[in-house]
Write a protein that binds this ligand. Sequence first.
Ligand SMILES: *[C@@H]1O[C@H](CO)[C@@H](O)[C@H](O)[C@H]1NC(C)=O
Length: 302
Amino acid sequence: MITMDAHRFLLPLVLLQFLFFTLPLTGNSKLFREYIGAEERGVTFSNVPIHPGVNFHFILSFAIDYDTSASPTNGDFRVYWDTKNLNASTVSSIKARHANVKVAMSLGGDTTGSKHVKFTIKTINSWVGNAINSITRIAKEYYLDGIDIDYEHFSTDPNTFAECIGRLLLHLKQNKIISFASIAPYEHDSVQPYYLALWKKYSHLIDYVNFQFYAYGKGITVPQFMKFFETQISNYRGGKVLVSLGTDGSGGLSPQAGFFEACKKLKGLGKLHGIFIWSADDSKKKGFPYEKQSQNILASGK
Ligand SMILES: *[C@@H]1O[C@H](CO)[C@@H](O)[C@H](O)[C@H]1NC(C)=O
């Protein structure tokens, strides 16, 4: 009798558990990502706290297809991040010390020196060919696992950008040069159409959307942030849109105004696909408190 009753009770429970853990009631993931190396502040990988319970991506900032006199090179990328500290040997040692760490590089960025970095090509085929060669070389030299696309200024139309980046990602993934790719759009009429054109045709090649929520105005509130988040998950439908924090005093939802409260809310809704921070360079002098807090939230619970 007791066993019968137990079964009657247990079976639905087991089924419920099965549904709970297999169906993505939760889109939560324990992914933490951080940009590093853009600002010549001498930050190193080992400065940054790494929680063992998260998947951690460093994103080297930036590789740019510009020459030393800041003229575009049609897809021939060079490393612009701080290679005094962030070099092949420090990449391989941080990965050897932390099994949960992967390292990516970001392409483009806002400026170099005082000039905007503009996405500029001669032809689609020649840009893609040069980009494949130079990025393959850099990825091998620095033991990289992934790539992030962060152009913010353009001298082509959106479809040309989409075609170049899409073909580049296709080649890099098919040939296993990289194992993951992300894009880093923000809400602006001069930026979003480029990434939406890319998403429309090539979303299957893009693993994460590093949406720059810190590019919204300063002083936004939790409800506003939640609304912006919903807008972006509908723009990048089916994508893993990460939430983000700027530690450089830029805009968006600050920790004081409830950034971490919003993260917990999203986690409760099963929509916390990860958190990223711009940037380790800016966080260094503060001792990385927000990196710790972000990773604690990601690592806790389901
Ligand atoms: C790589 O960076 C480390 C840490 O800053 C430094 O000690 C080392 O000399 C660098 N190696 C090269 C080849 O630049």
